[in-house]
Write a protein that binds this ligand. Structure first.
Ligand code: C2E
Ligand code: CA
Ligand code: CA
Length: 391
């Protein structure tokens, strides 16, 4: 028998009052009667049809059935097991988990006639509760931070390796917390990514970085009139690939600022693209159709599959710092990097190497053909004023 499906003939009894239960049922087709054995009115207390759910209290712990159930017609049921629900809850938002537990405990306590006091939580529930509360507070704090303008973009230069000139910048977000000071992105981006907050933050980043690019571009023109346009790289996280407002926001902001679409590079990581392949490809193709550029970020940290590289709508391959670290320890690291650079060039992509910290690394990368480089050797991420000054 299928573990997740039950078929009953008319009159079949599914379970009886007092039996131990460990699953709930959803009626797919047919009809079910809930009956209570001692009841004078023929015992039937409810009749359930398609989409109705019953027996659900058995999902929350080991409980005996408070009534019986039998089929009225030939009936098919979907079985929802206790284990299945527990697994789903465990994978869900801690707040949701906590709410479901609390509600069912209260209901259970009322059904058992013990009143709400009997619903006191176990140690596990309390841990969940603490986690849920900490999470809600952190999310609220982030929302307030956005409203209070506590985020700031830092800009890290990306240099051409051929002549050492600045090619563009990567915008990297910082949270300037009123008490904790500068908070790095890896401490809040993952949390922001769990809600719509990342999208609102993303729109803010697009606007701020375009405004910054205009200033950087003006400063650059003042110094060297014939210099080619600078680009600005923006990081996209997974949820943003699904943001219906992302493209309209980009369009709106590009229409407002004197910035060409080709000056904006969107950075996506390989793993993120693989997780949401269809949506990601659709979005990136639309970006490319508008003339925006796309970089594959952190290449070398995920699958780094060379076999599908040619299928991705990507202009630039951004090689992760781990490649650079390999350069210092082995000759094969050098060969691999050289081969990847050649492959990228053959596929029409240019290459940025990240995490360059020394002059020696810069020299090797230039020899290996990397087009551009980014790292502390060229400049750390810095506020706009500092980037302008340096330019
Ligand atoms: P990422 O996109 O790979 O950014 C590069 C990170 O490497 C930055 O850390 C940068 O400060 C650091 N880095 C640059 N040069 C060097 C170097 O020479 N040596 C070393 N050891 N590190 C270097 P950061 O700013 O802390 O950002 C960390 C990650 O947070 C980023 O990784 C990106 O995934 C995410 N992130 C940062 N800003 C944003 C943003 O505005 N939006 C989104 N969605 N994610 C962001
Ligand atoms: Ca990046
Ligand atoms: Ca990176």
């Amino acid at each position: 028998m299928d573990k997740f499906r039950r078929r009953l003939a008319a009159g079949d009894v599914l379970f009886r009052q007092g039996e131990q239960g460990d699953c709930a049922y959803v009626v797919e087709s047919g009809a079910i009667e809930i009956f209570q054995e001692g009841d004078k009115r023929n015992g039937v207390v409810a009749r359930l049809g398609t989409q109705d759910i019953f027996g659900e209290m058995a999902l929350f712990g080991e409980h005996t059935r408070s009534a019986g159930a039998r089929a009225v017609d030939p009936t098919t049921l979907t079985v929802v097991t206790h284990d299945y629900l527990a697994e789903r809850l465990q994978a869900s938002d801690p707040m949701l988990r906590h709410l479901v537990r609390t509600l069912t405990q209260r209901l259970r306590a009322q059904l058992d006639g013990a009143g709400p006091a009997a619903a006191a939580g176990s140690a596990l529930d309390q841990a969940d509760q603490a986690q849920a509360l900490a999470r809600i507070r952190a999310e609220q704090e982030l929302t307030l931070a956005l409203e209070r303008d506590e985020f700031q973009l830092y800009f890290q230069p990306i240099h051409h390796l051929a002549d050492g000139g600045v090619a563009g910048y990567e915008a990297l977000i910082r949270w300037i917390h009123p008490e904790r000071g500068l908070v790095p992105p890896l401490q809040f981006i993952p949390l922001a990514e769990e809600s719509d907050l990342i999208n609102r933050m993303g729109h803010w980043i697009i606007e701020q970085s375009c405004a910054a690019l205009v200033q950087l571009q003006a400063r650059r023109r003042a110094a060297a009139a014939a210099a080619p346009p600078l680009f600005m790289s923006l990081n996209l996280s997974g949820r943003q690939l699904l943001d219906p407002e992302l493209l309209p926001t980009l369009d709106r902001i590009l229409a407002r600022y004197p910035v060409e679409p080709k000056q904006i590079k969107l950075e996506v990581t390989e793993s993120l693209l693989l997780q949401r392949f269809d949506e990601g490809m659709r979005l990136l193709n639309e970006c490319r159709a508008r003339g925006l550029r796309v970089s594959l970020d952190d290449f070398g940290t995920g699958y780094s599959s060379l076999s599908y590289l040619h299928r991705l709508p990507v202009n630039t391959l951004k090689l992760d710092r781990s490649f650079v670290l390999q350069l210092d320890v082995s000759d094969s690291g050098r060969k691999i990097l050289g081969a990847i650079v050649r492959l990228a060039h053959d596929l029409g992509m240019d290459v940025i190497t990240e995490g360059i910290e020394t002059a020696a690394q810069t020299e090797v990368l230039r020899e290996l053909g990397s087009d551009m480089a980014q790292g502390y050797y060229f400049g750390k991420p810095a506020p706009l004023a500092a980037a302008l000054e340096k330019l």
